[in-house]
Design a protein around this ligand. Structure first.
Ligand code: NAD
Ligand code: ZN
Length: 376
């Protein structure tokens, strides 16, 4: 697979690059895409000195006008206050329509800066430069941007496809292990919903590195950020996971059909996140336990064999993910919360359920009793 994937929708076509060291090629790529205006780098606070300042310096050395603005880390930044600061920075600094915003950070930064780009001057270009595994395989691709509202997450936003997504997997070396594991849940999800080969590749890597050789401070068995061969291997895996998002988004930009398959594991996952309050569980951790529940529902509905649950569980566990429901959560409350999911249509929950590793179906006829039985 080439390092460059391409999203093609009715409204946009853009390259998605996944490679270790890709950041070095950014100045050249921006010029190649015809982005010749000033560059507004919005950067997550945790990585301003490691990646933000060096990127601004490299762009200036290439003769570009580059502004850098640091946004505090954390979900709380995905709101009106930080959005307004981005407007102040850009409008106060004389932003023009031909300029581009570069979103350097995880999903929080990408969603926030993406929405700022979608709305300032009625829209300037956005280049997504994801630095978390979750942002690489999920949020940076697809054009969904937005901020949270006190009544719920991601309730204010816009579709604003990027001109370019550039994922430099070398930036994952500094990502906290827990964030890396949580992102791995989405990688595994992409294998289950659409790419059995990706799933097998993850199994092979786990087998080579010792299925359960978990060590303190390591995101998963055998991880070593300094091991170039392993970085290449993981980069290939990440690219394959990104390719799933690229294909799904290309076929269903506005979430009218197939894009819902990306929601595998999210029905229970979102409910658990909402009930616990965002924070104690990372999103990917909630998705992992949601995938386990969904797979068990699929077995009970006769859609797949019990061995799928076992195989998925083994892989999730190998990558350091737990499928146990956090203690103290009321199953009835989980059930009630799934009914408030954004993906509910005409009062029926639309479940994404596996039929085999690599394929899923969408069903809206899962009996409540069955859901109850897997979360009790
Ligand atoms: N737009 C979409 O389609 C879409 C899809 C999925 C999720 N999301 C959104 O994405 C957000 C979650 O994204 P996330 O998981 O990337 O979280 P995040 O952006 O909060 O990043 C996680 C943590 O990693 C730190 N960080 C980022 N890159 C780093 C690096 N290279 N080295 C060290 N630390 C680094 C950040 O400071 C933060 O503390 C949520 O708000 C969610 O709603 C959006
Ligand atoms: Zn997700």
């Amino acid at each position: 697979m080439s390092a460059t994937l391409t999203v093609t929708t009715s409204t946009a076509t853009y390259p998605v690059i996944v490679a270790a060291g890709a950041l070095a090629s950014l100045p050249e790529r921006l010029a190649g895409l015809g982005l010749h205006g000033a560059l507004w780098i919005a950067c997550d606070g945790a990585i301003a000195s490691t990646y933000g300042e060096p990127l601004a310096a490299a762009l200036r050395a290439a003769g570009r006008t580059a502004h850098l603005h640091v946004v505090p880390s954390g979900e709380a930044s995905k709101g009106p206050e930080q959005l307004w600061r981005l407007y102040d920075w850009m409008i106060g600094g004389g932003v023009e329509r031909r300029d581009a915003v570069l979103a350097l950070g995880g999903g929080v930064l990408g969603d926030l800066a993406g929405y700022a780009a979608a709305s300032v001057l009625r829209g300037v270009a956005i280049v997504q430069v994801p630095t978390t595994l979750l942002a690489m395989v999920d949020s940076a691709v697809g054009g969904k941007t937005g901020i949270n509202h006190p009544l719920g997450k991601n309730l204010v936003g816009a579709f604003h496809p990027p001109h370019l997504v550039l994922a430099d997997t070398a930036t994952l070396a500094t990502l906290p292990p827990r964030e890396l594991r949580a992102g791995m849940a989405e990688v595994i999800k992409h294998g289950v919903i659409r790419d059995a080969g990706l799933f097998v590749e993850l199994e092979a890597l786990a087998a080579e590195r010792g299925w359960d050789d978990h060590r303190e401070g390591q995101p998963f068995p055998g991880w070593n950020a300094a091991d170039a061969a392993l970085t290449e291997r993981l980069t290939a895996i990440i690219r394959r996971a990104v390719a799933v998002k690229v294909v799904v988004v290309s076929s269903d930009e506005f979430e009218r059909g197939e894009r819902i398959t990306l929601n595998y594991g999210h029905t229970i996952g979102h409910a658990v996140e909402a009930l616990m309050g965002y924070g104690p569980l990372l999103h990917g951790e909630a998705v992992a336990l949601g995938m386990h529940a969904a797979a068990r529902i699929a077995v009970a509905m006769g859609l797949c064999d019990a061995s799928l649950v076992a195989r998925q569980l083994r892989l999730l566990t190998a990558y350091g993910l737990s499928v146990a429901l956090p203690p103290g959560l009321d199953p009835e409350a989980i059930l009630a919360t799934t009914l408030r999911d954004k993906k509910v249509q005409a009062g029926r929950v639309r479940w994404v359920l596996p039929t085999a590793i690599g394929s899923v179906v969408v069903r809206d006829d899962v009996p409540e009793e069955l859901v109850r039985s897997v979360i009790m």
